[in-house]
Write a protein that binds this ligand. Structure first.
Ligand code: ATP
Ligand code: MG
Length: 556
């Protein structure tokens, strides 16, 4: 094959195997202008070629025209590197119907024969002017798209523009990967909308285990194929009609409680990450990281939430090993801590009333022990929460009294100024597990003291909002960068301005928020405008002897 120069006008050389291209023509000239260079490229690349002809360029006319362009055509026809046939020989069965299965299997054997004969692949082209049923041809092309992708075959389908409207062109393009079109007197191969969809889908699949889109009411709008496969479904209905059904079917449980799959309205307009546990029929028990993004509405799309799933089951297995280790360790530490406490009490009783530096040392030892106890309790709580074995033994109590009890260890010899701004007489009746509330308060007070320089102030306030009593702990310490106000409640997360500078492992707030929510309350952080941090801790308040919980807020 010597004459390559005219093919350079059409970008056929770089078409990958498996490509399925369509092209629209107005007359026989435009048809041959595209098809002849396309076939010549194939012949140059040692491919076997088949041209399936129909009006306005029947097999005989096509052969004559090709011969003019390619003198060695007769030889190539003889060796069967190229075949020029009429459409009714190839596409139509005895009843002159398009039998897709028969044609695809015919293409299968043609590919096989081409490879066995030493060609690098098969290149076909057909003019579909004969096709009367648009739906039949769309169905065929759709099946062909999936079929050809896996093969060393390239196909160019030519469609007459006559009697065609824009909708027809769009539909036909969508069942091909590329559209060959003339722009500014130059041929261009453009990816079809389908090709772009597939490309985005495969990119998405590379980075995740698929995507699910729901609308603001929680109805499932669409899902990527990967998502369907991941949850073992063959179609969208398999996932459920809405997010609640989806959560039920796959036994989904949100670990952070930041986004509840059963209450999509609690998804805020902010983008968040969440951790879910799920059971997929295809993959069994799963640990998922879910990126939840809000897609803002536009003219073609309503407001949607996009849930992108990442399978972190393997990572979590490692974490489970670490958790088990921490559990065993913290359990083992409990007994020696109790013994140390008893010994310190004994020493304290012994030195009481004597003038000795020992009392100062015992106080110091006690505050260290207090810190170790809090840490061990947090570690134990995490394990219990993970295994749903953490119990809340709720009894009537007063939020303010619990705070005063928790404050005690901080007041003697404190290096900070505590300012209590609440009314000593006011009561904030709650029904809580006092041990757990003390655990939360110890974490919050520890943080306030740890992250506030000595001599600075820490303010304590109570207020009542709706059906909640809210404790605010404000400090004039180092503060929390706004971007981290929510992240600091993640497990093991430590602020950028504290890592390496202050002791800690990043568990206190995570455990405390979980415990607060188990009581129907919540915990959140705000920036103090004058510098420092405000941590707010809410609990449902007893009104006339009952907690009237507003369900949505209590779940929050
Ligand atoms: P530990 O698990 O020992 O309590 P930690 O204090 O680092 O360690 P958390 O109590 O969970 O962990 O707090 C998480 C992060 O939040 C801290 O590392 C810190 O960056 C930030 N933080 C919490 N409270 C305050 C505060 N009052 N002022 C400034 N930063 C705070
Ligand atoms: Mg802490």
């Amino acid at each position: 094959m010597g004459q390559q120069e005219s093919t350079a006008l059409i970008p056929f050389e770089n078409l990958p195997k498996g490509s399925h291209v369509c092209h629209f023509y107005r007359n026989a000239r435009e048809l041959s202008d595209a098809v002849i260079p396309y076939l010549r490229t194939g012949l140059v690349q040692n491919e076997r070629c088949i041209w399936v002809c129909s009006e306005p360029l029947g097999a005989k006319a096509a052969t004559d025209m090709f011969k003019e362009n390619l003198p060695e055509l007769a030889h190539l026809l003889g060796t069967e590197q190229i075949k020029i046939v009429s459409h009714d020989e190839l596409y139509l069965d005895l009843h002159r119907r398009l039998d897709t299965n028969a044609i695809l299997s015919r293409w299968g054997s043609e590919i096989y024969n081409s490879i066995v004969a030493g060609y690098s692949g098969l290149r076909i082209t057909g003019n579909l002017s004969w096709a009367k049923s648009r739906q039949a041809i769309l169905d065929y092309e759709e099946r062909f798209c999936a079929f050809s992708l896996q093969t060393p075959m390239i196909a160019l389908c030519s469609y007459p523009l006559q009697d065609m409207n824009v909708a027809d062109i769009v539909e036909i393009s969508y069942v091909h990967q590329f559209v060959l079109a003339m722009r500014n007197s130059t041929w261009e191969l453009m990816p079809s909308a389908r090709y772009r969809d597939l490309m985005w889908q495969s990119l998405l699949d590379t980075f995740s285990k698929g995507m699910l889109a729901i609308n603001a009411s929680g109805n499932i709008i669409t899902a990527s194929n990967m998502c369907l496969e991941f949850f073992g479904c063959t179609n969208l209905a398999g996932l459920g009609s809405n997010i609640r059904e989806f959560a039920r079917r796959f036994q989904i449980r949100s670990l952070t409680g930041r986004v509840r799959p059963d209450t999509p309205n609690s998804i805020t307009s902010r983008d968040v990450d969440d951790y879910w546990k799920a059971i997929s029929p295809a993959y069994g028990d799963l640990d998922l990281l879910v990126n939840i993004k809000t897609a803002k509405p536009n003219t073609v799309m309503p407001e949607l939430y996009l849930l992108v799933f990442h399978d972190i089951t393997g990572l979590r297995t490692l974490e489970t090993i670490r958790e088990n280790f921490l559990q065993v360790m913290s359990h083992e530490l409990r007994n020696p801590i109790q013994t140390l406490k008893a010994l310190l009490d004994l020493i304290e009783a012994y030195v009481a009333g004597r003038d000795t530096p020992l009392s100062k040392y015992t106080r110091l030892a006690e505050s260290c022990l207090y810190r170790i106890t809090a840490l061990v309790e947090d570690l134990l709580s995490i394990g219990q929460m993970e295994h749903d074995s953490l119990t809340i033994n709720a009894i009537p109590a007063d939020f303010k009294e619990l705070l005063i009890e928790s404050l005690e260890p901080y007041l003697t010899g404190s290096q900070h100024v505590f300012v209590c701004r609440f009314d000593e007489e006011a009561g904030f009746p709650v029904v809580v597990d006092p041990v757990r509330i003390h655990q939360i308060l110890a974490n919050l007070l520890n943080n306030a003291v740890k992250y506030t320089p000595q001599g600075k102030r820490i303010w304590l306030d109570f207020s009542v909002l709706s059906k909640y009593a809210i404790l605010s702990i404000a400090d004039e310490g180092i503060g929390i960068p706004p971007a981290e106000l929510d992240r600091i409640f993640d497990r093991f997360y430590r602020g950028k301005n504290t890592r390496g500078k202050f002791d800690g492992i990043g568990l206190g707030l995570y455990v405390s928020r979980c415990l607060a929510r188990m009581h129907g309350g919540d915990l959140w952080a705000e920036t103090r405008p004058q510098g420092g941090t405000v941590i707010k801790f809410s609990l449902p308040i007893l009104i006339n002897g009952a907690c009237e919980l507003d369900q949505t807020t209590a779940d929050g």
